[in-house]
Design a protein around this ligand. Structure first.
Ligand SMILES: Nc1ncnc2c1ncn2[C@@H]1O[C@H](COP(=O)(O)OP(=O)(O)OP(=O)(O)O)[C@@H](O)[C@H]1O
Length: 628
């Protein structure tokens, strides 16, 4: 007897979940197995493209589904590339990488419902309907065939066996019928036909099945006889070649899932058929959720590229700009050569044209979504808004004009996300700038002293809570000729309504105090200044020049930050009662107290900004001194 081998821990968990699954759409197991079979045939097909020894005879490549009511087995045969012993072990004993990580993040969904529904589980789906699975496979260029066998989570065996044809045969021993689930359905010709049609209609290879039909007898056409004939169940017409009007949302969703573009439901699909100087069909999807690896090195952008119905590249990166790297889908063009190499493809004029059109198309779709289905757009933005902002900033702002009207920011007044156009449309005539404030969260920005004067003036403030926000805006400089202005910047363009003069006088009067305080904080701030923006708060930090404090924070986290620092200014509210104490200390020549107060205020300002105090122990000691 063959030695029983153990599944990798994660596979075991997933498999266990499949065995005990109460997921209602168990029929998807067939989609998964057929999809794997089709992939396996694709692989042999590509090999044939570059290998002269290998001839691809269309008729030799098919998938066959065989139900057997007596043995209660369902067999799926493919004439694909097959698997070696190692491949059987590695591919079926170890959960597919794509699924595994997503699966981890999805937590424990006990009945497996979410996992199957959202992620797809590939081969293991077989265990939803079968209590025994056999995989008989012979790899291309191999003389030996192997039989992989498993009854579930307690392990699997692999033994040598014989098989004539290269390819894989999967035999499922169906589970006994249960109260809610009649597994016999998966042996029923009619049911199987409809499942295949539903999920796998556009598979490029014939999915065959022996079907019982009744036909008039040859010698007597009044009498009928039952005959069994092999039929091809799927239409094989790829969905993108079909008439858009004949397709339903569900068809596109099935395609999205079948193709493994994502495990979520796509938010939007676009079906493009262009028949001009360049001809192509494309189906593009905007996913709803961010893939778990989206911001990792592993994530590869790209669209599937077909040349006249034949897949020539799985992820063609040249078809998608980085700012739309989340888009999934495919392009099929008759004008591309089948044997085109990666290098040539990059410079292909046709491909460049297609890419350009696709870029425009995605932009206009997103714009339409924003205009007509705001809620959906906001879902999209939550997942991929960051990418749009990076798009504005990257490549020295090359794409900023394309992307700027797709931006959304949280508004202090509307208490929700708004577009820049919406902001502009609400601006009172005298308002010069588009104001923004930066911080870690909406709550924090709400409490920022720096926002006081702008907010008091009744102006709307955009809240920037992501690192990239301010960088993107700096790249834009302005929107509809209105310049962006941080509420922390020196000149806010707001008249202090006649108080300007008084302020000037007071500033002079207190100049000596402020100079002295600046000296105390030498090396920490550029200057201590009387604030024009504070009303109820005693103190805040601002920055002179281009680099804001928020930018300094972001840059300091980068590996090659070159130690870029903001020119920090400590702003004091000289009308605040705290300032009286400072004046008193100064007038009494109490240098120690003045230093104590100055440092305390400085550290408070740091904390408000979300910066850490440089010496927390000294800070707490200072507070204790004040309390004594
Ligand atoms: N019929 C088959 N012929 C050849 N190889 C197969 C076949 N079925 C599965 N495999 C191999 O087993 C691997 C694992 O299959 P599985 O369905 O679990 O995941 P996947 O297809 O890689 O990923 P996903 O299902 O998430 O798209 C496949 O990648 C493939 O290499």
């Amino acid at each position: 007897m063959a030695e029983k081998m153990q599944f990798q821990a994660e596979s075991k968990r997933l498999l266990d979940m499949m065995v005990h699954s109460i997921y209602s759409q168990k029929e998807v197991f067939l989609r998964e197995l057929i999809s794997n079979a089709s992939d396996a045939i694709d692989k042999i097909y590509y090999k044939a493209l570059t290998d002269d020894q290998l001839v691809f005879e269309q008729d030799d490549y098919y998938i066959k589904v065989i139900p057997n009511k007596e043995t209660r087995t369902l067999t799926i045969i493919d004439t694909g590339i097959g698997m070696t012993k190692e491949e059987l072990e590695n591919n079926l004993g170890v959960i597919a990488k794509s699924g595994s990580l997503a699966f981890k993040s999805e937590n424990e969904a006990k009945d497996g419902h979410d996992i199957i529904g959202q992620f797809g589980v590939g081969f293991y789906a077989a265990f939803m309907v079968a209590d025994e699975v056999k995989v008989l496979s012979k790899a291309l260029h191999s003389d030996q065939a192997y039989l992989w066998e498993s009854q579930g989570a307690d392990g699997y065996t692999i033994v040598e066996t014989t098989k004539d044809q290269v390819g894989t045969t999967i035999i499922l021993k169906l589970k006994e019928n249960e109260e809610e689930e009649n597994f016999d359905d998966f042996l029923d010709e009619y049911q199987l036909k409809s499942i295949i049609k539903k999920y796998s209609d556009f598979i490029r290879y014939p999915i065959k099945m022996d079907v019982t039909t009744s036909k008039p007898k040859e010698d007597n056409d009044k009498e009928f006889e039952e005959i069994i004939e092999e039929q091809t169940i799927n239409s094989m017409v790829p969905i993108w070649r079909k008439n858009k009007n004949e397709l339903t949302d569900e068809d596109y969703q099935n395609f999205y899932q079948e193709k493994r573009y994502g495990f979520d439901q796509p938010l939007k699909h676009v079906h493009v058929s262009v028949d001009g100087s360049i001809r192509y069909n494309a189906i593009l999807f905007i996913p709803e959720n961010r893939p778990f690896d989206y911001y990792s090195q592993e994530y590869q952008k790209g669209l599937e590229l077909y040349s006249n119905g034949v897949l020539i590249m799985e992820k063609c990166p040249d078809l998608l700009p980085d700012h739309f790297s989340f888009v999934k889908g495919m392009v099929d063009s008759e004008d591309l050569s089948l044997n085109i190499s990666r290098e040539i493809l990059q410079h292909d004029r046709q491909l460049k044209l297609i890419a350009k059109n696709i870029n425009k198309k995605i932009k206009s779709e997103l714009k339409t979504l924003l205009k007509n289905e705001r809620e959906q757009y906001e879902k999209f933005y939550e997942s991929f808004g960051r990418q749009i902002k990076f798009g504005v900033y990257n490549e020295f702002g090359t794409h900023k004009d394309l992307l700027k009207d797709l931006l959304l920011f949280y508004s202090s007044k509307e208490k929700k996300l708004v577009t820049l156009d919406e902001y502009i449309s609400r601006m009172p005539e005298e308002q010069k700038y588009i104001y923004y404030a930066t911080g870690d969260s909406i709550d924090r920005i709400d409490k920022l002293p720096q926002t006081e004067i702008v907010a008091d003036k009744g102006y709307e403030i955009l809240y920037f809570t992501e690192d990239i926000d301010e960088f993107a805006i700096k790249m834009l400089v302005n929107y509809e000729e209105k310049e962006f202005k941080s509420v922390s910047s020196g000149d806010l363009g707001i008249d202090a309504e006649g108080k300007e003069e008084d302020n000037e006088d007071e500033v002079k009067e207190n100049k000596e105090i402020l100079t002295k305080m600046s000296e105390i904080l030498t090396g920490k701030v550029k200057e201590v200044r009387a604030s024009k923006r504070l009303k109820s708060h005693p103190v805040c930090l601002s920055a002179d020049g281009e680099v804001t404090i928020e930018m300094e924070k972001v840059l300091s986290m980068m590996p090659d930050n070159q130690n870029v620092k903001a020119d920090k200014v400590l702003e004091l509210n000289i009308h605040h009662s705290v300032f009286n104490s400072i004046q008193a200390a100064f007038n009494n020549n109490d240098d120690e107290k003045l230093a104590l107060y100055t440092n305390l205020l400085y550290n408070q300002a740091l904390l408000i900004e979300g910066l850490s105090v440089e010496d927390p122990v000294a800070f707490t000691n200072d507070i204790c001194k004040v309390m004594q």
